[in-house]
Write a protein of this length. Structure first.
Length: 313
C-alpha cells in the first residue's frame, strides 16, 4: 500500500516519466544526456519556469491570470525604454519590477473587489498591458544593449549559468512561501474553500491582492531572465507564455479547483515540457509533428493527473 501511495504522487510519476524519456532518447542519441545539453534544457525553461511559479501560486489560491505573458513583456519593454534613454541597469530593473508588481496588484484589486471571474478580468487586462507595451515600444524591437548579458553569459565554475541559480532561487522561494509560512497556508485555505476561509477570519480580498502582486513580481523577474537570453524584446514577446505556464502547472498536479497542487510538482511539469521539446529537437522531429506530439502528451498528462479524482467518483 505504501508503494501504491508513493506512485500516486504526481511528483513521483513525473520524475519517472522524465527519467524514462531521458533514458530512451539517450539510447538513440547519447548527446542528449550530456551535461551541456541538460544545462541547455534548464536554460530553455528558465523564463517559463519562473512564470509557472507565479501561475501555480494563483491556481492554488483559486485564481488564474492569463495576462502574465503580457505583464512580462510590459516589464521588459519598460526596462528597454529606460536603458535606451540612458538609465542605469539598476534603475531600469527596479522600474521593471515595480511595473510587473503593479500590474499584478491591479489584477488582484479588480478581481477581489469586483468578485468577477479571474479568467475574464485577466483577459481584459492582458489587452491593456499589451496595448501599453505597443505604445511604449512603438511596435518596434527594443534592445537591452547587453545590459543583462552578465546574467545570461556568466557561469559559475565555468559550467552553471547564473540564470539557473536565479531560477532555482525563485522556485525555492515559492516553495518556502507555500509550505513554511502562515501566508501560504492561508492561500491554500482560500483556494480550497473561500467562504470557509472568510468565516475563519482570513481577509480574503487582501490575500488575493497580495498573491496577484507576487505573481506580477515573478513576471517582472522573468522579463529580466528573458532579456539576459535574447537581449531584445517586442510588445508581443510574452504571447503564449501564459498558456505554457498554465499547462506546466496542470501537468504538475495543480488544479483549477484551487487549494491543490505543489510547487515542486509544477516545476517538474515545466521540466517535463522542456525535456520533451529538447528531445524532439535532438531527434530532428519536424516542427509540425512536434506540435502534435506535444499536444498528445499534454492531454495524457492532464488525464493521468486527474485519474485519482475519477476513481474517487
Amino acid at each position: 500500500m505504501g508503494i501504491k501511495k508513493i506512485f500516486r504522487d504526481q511528483r513521483v510519476l513525473l520524475s519517472v516519466v522524465i527519467v524514462a524519456i531521458i533514458g530512451i532518447v539517450s539510447l538513440i542519441n547519447p548527446k542528449f544526456i550530456g551535461i551541456k545539453n541538460l544545462i541547455t534544457i534548464f536554460q530553455q525553461i528558465s523564463v517559463i519556469g519562473i512564470l509557472t511559479m507565479g501561475m501555480s501560486l494563483l491556481l492554488i489560491s483559486g485564481g488564474i491570470d492569463l495576462s502574465i505573458g503580457n505583464i512580462m513583456a510590459l516589464s521588459g519593454v519598460v526596462m528597454a525604454r529606460l536603458i535606451a534613454d540612458g538609465a542605469g541597469v539598476v534603475t531600469a530593473t527596479a522600474a521593471g519590477i515595480l511595473v510587473g508588481t503593479a500590474c499584478g496588484f491591479l489584477n488582484g484589486l479588480i478581481i477581489s473587489k469586483s468578485k468577477c471571474i479571474p479568467l475574464i478580468i485577466s483577459l481584459g487586462t492582458s489587452q491593456i498591458f499589451y496595448g501599453l507595451s505597443l505604445t511604449i515600444s512603438g511596435g518596434r524591437i527594443m534592445s537591452f544593449r547587453g545590459a543583462f548579458n552578465a546574467i545570461g553569459k556568466t557561469k559559475l565554475f565555468d559550467i552553471f549559468p547564473v540564470m539557473l541559480f536565479f531560477l532555482a532561487l525563485m522556485v525555492f522561494a515559492a516553495y518556502i512561501l507555500m509550505t513554511r509560512t502562515k501566508f501560504g497556508r492561508r492561500i491554500v485555505a482560500i483556494g480550497g474553500n473561500e467562504k470557509n476561509a472568510f468565516l475563519s477570519g482570513i481577509n480574503v480580498d487582501l490575500y488575493k491582492i497580495i498573491i496577484y502582486s507576487i505573481a506580477g513580481f515573478y513576471c517582472a523577474l522573468a522579463a529580466v531572465i528573458f532579456s539576459s537570453r535574447i537581449d531584445s524584446i517586442t510588445a508581443n514577446a510574452g504571447i503564449g507564455y501564459e498558456t505554457s505556464a498554465l499547462t506546466a502547472a496542470i501537468i504538475g498536479g495543480v488544479t483549477f479547483e484551487g487549494g491543490k497542487g505543489t510547487v515542486p510538482g509544477a516545476f517538474l511539469g515545466c521540466v517535463l515540457m522542456g525535456v520533451i521539446s529538447n528531445a524532439m529537437n535532438i531527434l530532428k522531429v519536424e516542427t509540425y509533428i512536434q506540435t502534435i506530439i506535444t499536444g498528445i502528451i499534454i492531454v495524457c498528462a492532464v488525464v493521468l493527473s486527474n485519474i485519482n479524482n475519477v476513481k474517487k467518483k
